[in-house]
Design a protein around this ligand. Sequence first.
Ligand SMILES: [Zn+2]
Length: 349
Amino acid sequence: MSQLPQINTDYFVDFLIKLLNIASPTGFADPAIDFVEKELSQFIQLELSRTRKGALVAKWAVESDVPPVALTAHVDTLGAVVKEIKKNGRLKLSRIGGIQWPTVETEGVWISTSHSEKIRGSVLIDTASGHIYSAAGSETPRSDDHMEVRLDARTTSKQETRALGINIGDCVAFDPRVEVTNGFIRSRFLDDKACVANIVAAIKSLADAGLNPARSVYFHISNYEEVGHGAATGIPPEVSELVTVDMAVVGKGQESNEFSATLCIKDSGGVYHEGLNNKLRTLAEKHNIPYKTDVYPFYGSDGEAFWRAGGDVALALIGPGIDASHNYERAHMDGLNATTNWIMAYLLD
Ligand SMILES: [Zn+2]
């Protein structure tokens, strides 16, 4: 097929904004998995299931002599849990996935209690008041010991905070702050919700055009990527190729940008599969998809998690360029559409 089906960009943006606004730190990603499952349930071509670990697997089966392939993307994000309730009633946190403190200083948070209640608050340095600490406030290290959550509830003691229903281990989710301007989407956690949206939009475009993938496909929506083992399970053994769809690193020294998709050749974990890489390059060139090749300095992917767990597949990693990753991220529709098109080209090949 030389012509790819149209992408419904309104659908893509609408789905992505909704997904970004569902809190889903690793270990607490069920609401996001539920949302994706509900969305995919409208496509009768797909057979949906969950792994015991909680990942979503959507199989699109077709008649074919060649073995099935798989794509994976993750809905879990950076976040935190309550580590300690301090004497002043504020919360000390333990970070999930290593979010950098300066990137969330003053950010709004929701604490989800084990009784399903939500309590609002914000992240502050413990020397926050300019009228008390003045310049010293800037010098306080942004570390686990100095960052705290101030709750929007009346509490000045451990007991009062406990009485709100807050316990050690409760999930703390940082506000994503989604904004769409001029083709740019600015938000936390575009890593990797943007790529989940790419996969869902590709499925929709194919389904709306009445097309089927050339081979049976498993779409694996992972829920433990940010801690390094999301796709270690859930990819069936008959799968011959796995394409990880995850963000591309944009910034100093990088080839990737927000207006293209990237094929990652190497990251911290090592080198991807040359044969599958070449197949993806050929497809991008055939369909005039803007793409870069790149090397990511501090990066590991769910595909590598599958390799480490013993997965015997050809493995590649593609995704849209995301500026300021694991910080206040930004993507552009050009790079996002390039990724959706690349997924479709791969599925139809
Ligand atoms: Zn990611």
